[in-house]
Design a protein around this ligand. Structure first.
Ligand SMILES: *Cc1c(COP(=O)(O)O)cnc(C)c1O
Length: 822
C-alpha cells in the first residue's frame, strides 16, 4: 500500500506538513462524495467554475487528514498547516495533473489486458456490455458510469487491484491535447474505436483532426478493433502502423457482416469469420444497439470466447440506464431505480445520489448480492456495510444468499431475503411510507420486478428535472460573482415549477447563502424537509407572522403598515427577529420610498429586538438593453437610499439589487449579494449568454391514439381544427389543466415527436390536445416533447406572446416530477 511519503514522490509534490503515517485508499476530488474519511486523500482541484480549496475546512471537520493542494495558504492568507494541524499536506503545482500522475503510476503496476474505448457514441454501453459479456471468465474492473474525462479516468484506473484479470476503461475528450494524457493513464492493450460523429466538433478544426486526436489513445496497443465502414476513421487508421481487428458490412474484413434482419425484438446477424458463416441473434433492433453489440462480438471473437458461449451471453444483455433517476412511487415514497448492475463503485455513486436527496423521512436501500468484486466475500460485505452506514441509510433490505449470509455486518434496521421472489411474496405496500428507496441489484436478480411493485400509476405527463444542469447553471452564475458576493436563490413558486425542496436541498448542498420564497407556507415546507439555510419570505401576510417565528423565516417588510402589524404581533421576550427592507426605486410594486424614511426609522429604533439584515430593490427592466438607462438610475438611487438606511440604523446591512439578468448585465453592481432566479432554471433572460446555460426541465407526454381523417373533417372542440387535406392526427395526453396553455391551439404550438416538430391542430382541451402528424411514422405510446433542450422555453413562449417564467410555473402539480443526474 502507498504511504503518504510516496504520494509526494509520485505527484512531484512538496510535503508541506506531515502529521501522522496514514494509509492511502480513496482518492477524492468532489467533497460531496466523501464516504470514508480515514484513508481518503482529497485533491483540491481548481476547476473552471469551482475551486476545491473552498472545501478543505469542511472536509477537515469531517475527518479527512490528507490533502493535495496548490498553495500553502488559503485565500485570506492563513497557512493550511496552521488551519489543519493534524493533516498531512502536499503542495503541487497542479492538483489535477498530480492526480493523473498518480493514476498513471498505479496503472503501471499491472500487466493484465486493458481495453480502452473511445469514439463519439456508445462508449459507456460498449463498456458495460463488455463487462457483462466477459464476466463469466474474468474479474473485470471498469470505469463507473461514464467516468471518461480528465478527472474521471484517473479515478477509474485507481480502482485496479491485484485480483482483477481485465480492465475496461472509456476515454472522452472535447479538445486537442487531452487524449495523450488519458492514454498515459489507461495505457490500453486492446483498443475499441466505436465510431465518429459530430459530438464535440466545435473543439476541433476538422473532423479529421478529431479522429487523429482520438487515435492517440491507441498508441502502443496490441490491437485496435473498429468498423471499417466509417470511412474517415478507416483512412486515418490505415495511415498508421497499428495492428487491427475489424468488422464491416461493406467489404471483406476480419468479421464480414453478410446480412442483418430484424425479427421481432431481435436482429439476426449473418457474418463470416475465419472463412465460416455464422449466425447470431442480438436482443435489440435499433441501429445503435446493433452496432454496439457488433463491437462486443469483435472483442469476444478476438479473445477466443467459444462461439456457442457468445450467443448464450448476448441473450442476457439489457439496455443500460445512463442516468440515475428519482421517481415518485407509492405512499409518498420516491424510488431511485438503479437495477442495471451492482458493483462497489456503482454502489458508491448510487448511495451518494441517495445521500444528496432531501431529507424525505427514511432512507432505504434494497440491495442484491454483489457480483465480481475481486475481494473476499467477508471483506466485500464489510465494505458494503460501511458504505451504507456512511451514507446515512436507515433501513437495509438485502436480497440474495450471500448478502443474507453476511447480514450481521449491517448495523441498524436490516432484513434479508434469499431471493427476489421471496421478497415479492411477502411485499406489502403499507410497509413503505414517505421513504426514499434506492433499488440496486445485479442483473440476475431482476430487480425491475421490485421497481414495478413500487411504481405508482399516474398519467403519462412528466416534468424531468436535470439536477446536473441545475448545478452547472448555479456554477455559471457563481463564476461571475466576486469572491465576497453572497448568493440568494429564488425558489418561489415551487422553485419556478421545478420542485421546491429538491431544488432547495441541492442549493443547500452547494452552500448558497440565502433562499427566498413568496409565501410563508413555501418556507414552512422547506423547513419541514430539512432546509436550514436562511429563508426570506417576500409576501408575509399578517396571519402568517407566528409561523414565520416558529420556523425561523425572515419577512420582507415593504411598508410602514406591515411593519406595525409585525411589531404588534411580536412577543415581549425572545431572540432578535431578522427582517429585510424592500425599497422601491422605480418598479412601483412593493417597497419604501425616501419619503417614508422619517416615519420608518424612529419606529425601528424603538424596537431593538428587530434587526434589519438586508435591504434591497428590484430592477424593472434588467432583461432588456432598451431599459439600461432606467436600470442604472434605479441602481444609483438604490445605492443612495441603502447608504441612508445604514446611516440611520447605525449598523451595516446586506445590500442587493441584481436578479439573473442583472448579474449578466451589470456585474459592477453586485454589491453584497445577488438574487438568482430564472437563470438557475436554464433561461438566460437577457438572451446574450443562453449558450452558457444548460436546459434543466423537459416536459413530455405520450401519444394516446393515432387516427386518419379525410379532407373537410374537423378536430376538437368548436370544430376549430379543419383538415384542408387528408391528415393523420395524434392525440397527446396533455391539456391546459396540466399547464399547456390554450393559446398553443390551432397551430400556434408545436411539440416534438420522434425528432420532428408537429403543430397542434384545433383547440387545446383540458387534459389532452391533438397534433398533426401527417406523413410521419407516429404510433400510440410514442413520446411527445412539449419543451426541453430541443424545443426551448424561450422559443415556445415567444410563439404565444408570453415569457418562459409563466410556462415553467404553470406546469400543474398533477404532473409527475422526475429528478435525475447524468
Ligand atoms: C423573482 C425575483 C427575483 C429573481 O428574478 P429572475 O428574473 O428570475 O432572476 C429577484 N428578486 C425579486 C424581488 C424577485 O421577486
Amino acid at each position: 500500500m502507498l504511504t503518504f511519503q510516496q504520494l509526494a514522490t509520485k505527484t512531484n509534490g512538496k510535503v508541506l506538513q506531515f502529521a501522522a503515517p496514514l494509509p492511502v485508499n480513496q482518492l477524492l476530488t468532489d467533497s460531496r462524495k466523501l464516504s470514508q474519511p480515514a484513508g481518503t486523500v482529497f485533491f483540491a482541484i481548481n476547476g473552471k467554475f469551482n475551486d476545491g480549496h473552498k472545501y478543505l475546512a469542511g472536509l477537515y471537520q469531517q475527518g479527512v487528514r490528507q490533502f493535495i493542494v496548490e498553495h500553502e495558504q488559503d485565500a485570506k492568507g492563513f497557512n493550511y498547516s496552521r488551519l489543519f494541524p493534524e493533516a498531512n499536506i502536499i503542495v503541487v503545482a497542479n492538483s489535477l495533473q498530480a492526480l493523473q500522475q498518480l493514476a498513471a503510476w498505479h496503472r503501471a503496476q499491472f500487466t493484465i489486458p486493458i481495453v480502452g474505448i473511445t469514439g463519439s457514441n456508445g462508449k459507456t454501453i460498449v463498456k458495460e456490455w463488455l463487462a457483462q459479456l466477459l464476466a463469466p471468465d474474468e474479474l473485470v474492473v471498469k470505469s463507473p458510469r461514464s467516468y471518461n474525462s480528465q478527472l474521471g479516468v484517473p479515478l477509474s484506473v485507481w480502482q485496479l487491484n491485484s485480483n482483477h484479470t481485465i480492465g475496461i476503461f472509456e476515454a472522452g475528450i472535447s479538445m486537442p491535447g487531452e487524449m495523450e494524457k488519458l492514454q498515459s493513464i489507461i495505457r490500453p492493450t486492446i483498443g475499441i474505436f466505436t465510431n465518429i460523429g459530430t459530438a464535440h466538433d466545435e473543439g476541433f478544426t476538422s473532423r479529421q483532426q478529431k479522429v487523429q486526436e482520438k487515435l492517440k489513445l491507441f498508441t502502443g496497443v496490441d490491437v485496435l478493433i473498429y468498423c471499417t465502414d466509417y470511412e474517415l476513421l478507416h483512412q486515418e487508421i490505415q495511415k498508421q502502423t497499428i495492428k487491427t481487428f475489424t468488422w464491416s458490412r461493406q467489404h471483406p474484413s476480419d468479421i464480414t457482416i453478410n446480412a442483418t434482419t430484424a425479427a421481432g425484438h431481435k436482429t439476426i446477424v449473418v457474418y463470416t469469420y475465419q472463412g465460416e458463416k455464422q449466425r447470431l441473434a442480438i436482443p435489440f433492433t435499433d441501429e445503435a444497439s446493433v452496432e454496439n453489440a457488433l463491437h462486443c462480438l469483435a472483442v469476444l471473437l478476438y479473445r477466443n470466447v467459444p462461439l456457442a458461449e457468445i450467443q448464450d451471453r448476448l441473450d442476457r444483455l439489457h439496455p443500460v440506464a445512463m442516468r440515475l433517476e428519482m421517481k415518485e412511487a407509492i405512499n409518498g415514497c420516491y424510488l431511485i431505480d438503479d437495477t442495471y448492475n451492482n458493483d462497489l463503485a456503482g454502489l458508491a455513486i448510487a448511495l451518494q445520489f441517495l445521500a444528496n436527496q432531501p431529507q424525505r423521512g427514511k432512507r432505504t436501500i434494497i440491495l442484491s448480492d454483489l457480483l465480481e468484486s475481486g475481494l473476499s466475500e467477508a471483506a466485500l460485505y464489510s465494505q458494503v456495510a460501511l458504505l451504507v452506514q456512511n451514507h446515512h441509510v436507515d433501513k437495509v433490505i438485502g436480497i440474495g444468499p450471500t448478502i443474507s449470509h453476511h447480514g450481521l455486518k449491517f448495523a441498524g434496521e436490516a432484513v434479508f431475503y434469499s431471493s427476489t421472489a421471496e421478497f415479492l411474496g411477502q411485499f406489502k405496500a403499507e410497509d413503505f411510507r414517505n421513504e426514499l428507496i434506492l433499488v440496486k441489484g445485479a442483473r440476475v436478480f431482476e430487480f425491475e420486478r421490485i421497481v414495478h411493485a413500487f411504481q405508482q400509476k399516474v398519467h403519462g405527463t412528466v416534468l424531468e428535472v436535470n439536477l446536473d444542469a441545475l448545478v452547472h447553471n448555479l456554477n455559471y452564475y457563481r463564476s461571475k460573482l466576486a469572491p465576497e458576493t453572497k448568493l440568494m436563490v429564488m425558489v418561489k413558486a415551487f422553485a419556478y415549477g421545478s420542485g421546491s425542496f429538491e431544488v432547495a436541498n441541492l442549493l443547500q448542498f452547494h452552500r448558497v447563502d440565502y433562499l427566498a420564497v413568496a409565501y410563508a407556507d413555501e418556507g414552512v415546507l422547506l423547513r419541514e424537509n430539512g432546509i436550514t439555510l436562511p429563508i426570506m419570505v417576500m409576501n408575509p401576510s399578517p396571519d402568517s407572522f407566528a409561523k414565520l417565528r416558529q420556523y425561523n423565516l425572515e419577512p420582507e417588510i415593504y411598508s410602514l403598515e406591515l411593519l406595525q402589524l409585525y411589531l404588534n404581533d411580536l412577543p415581549a421576550e425572545g431572540p432578535r427577529h431578522r427582517i429585510h427592507l424592500k425599497l422601491d426605486t422605480g418598479m412601483h410594486r412593493l417597497g419604501f420610498t425616501p419619503e417614508d424614511f422619517d416615519a420608518l426609522f424612529p419606529v425601528l429604533q424603538q424596537h431593538p429586538q428587530v434587526q434589519v439584515v438586508s435591504t434591497f430593490t428590484h430592477l424593472a427592466g434588467a432583461d432588456e438593453a432598451l431599459h439600461n438607462d432606467f436600470s442604472q438610475l434605479q441602481i444609483s438611487n438604490f445605492r443612495k437610499m441603502a447608504a441612508e438606511v445604514e446611516a440611520r440604523l447605525g449598523y451595516p446591512v446586506i445590500k442587493h439589487v441584481l436578479n439573473s439578468a442583472g448579474i449578466v448585465r451589470f456585474p459592477e453592481h453586485q454589491l453584497d449579494m445577488v438574487r438568482l432566479g430564472i437563470g438557475l432554471y436554464g433561461v438566460e433572460a437577457t438572451g446574450s449568454e443562453q449558450e452558457a446555460l444548460k436546459s434543466v426541465s423537459t416536459l413530455k407526454t405520450t401519444v394516446s391514439q393515432v387516427k386518419s381523417i379525410v379532407a373537410g373533417e374537423t378536430v376538437g372542440y368548436s370544430r376549430k381544427g379543419i383538415a384542408d387535406k387528408d391528415k393523420t392526427i395524434a392525440t397527446i395526453a396533455i391539456g391546459y389543466a396540466d399547464g399547456y396553455d390554450r393559446r398553443f391551439g390551432n397551430g400556434a404550438g408545436q411539440v416534438i415527436i420522434n425528432g420532428k416538430r408537429c403543430p397542434i391542430i384545433g383547440n387545446v382541451c383540458m387534459d389532452m390536445c391533438m397534433v398533426d402528424v401527417t406523413g410521419l411514422p407516429v404510433k400510440a405510446g410514442d413520446e411527445a416533447i412539449i419543451f426541453g433542450p430541443q424545443l426551448t422555453l424561450t422559443d415556445i413562449a415567444d410563439r404565444i406572446g408570453t415569457i418562459p417564467y409563466e410556462l415553467l410555473t404553470n406546469v400543474s402539480s398533477r404532473v409527475k416530477r422526475i429528478f435525475y443526474s447524468e
